[in-house]
Design a protein. Sequence first.
Length: 53
Amino acid sequence: MSAVLNAPPPTDSLVTFDTHPDRYAHWKLAFDGAVSTLAMAVDEDRGIRPGTS
């Protein structure tokens, strides 16, 4: 059983969050003078992988 617990996950199921801010799909950043607003705006059609939202 320990071999199963220590096995690395399959590479086709890995999810990474390494990306450039220009590619953020669910965050909107706005500036109004000295005030900035960060809002989450989830686009359900743009999940990390097919079948996710």
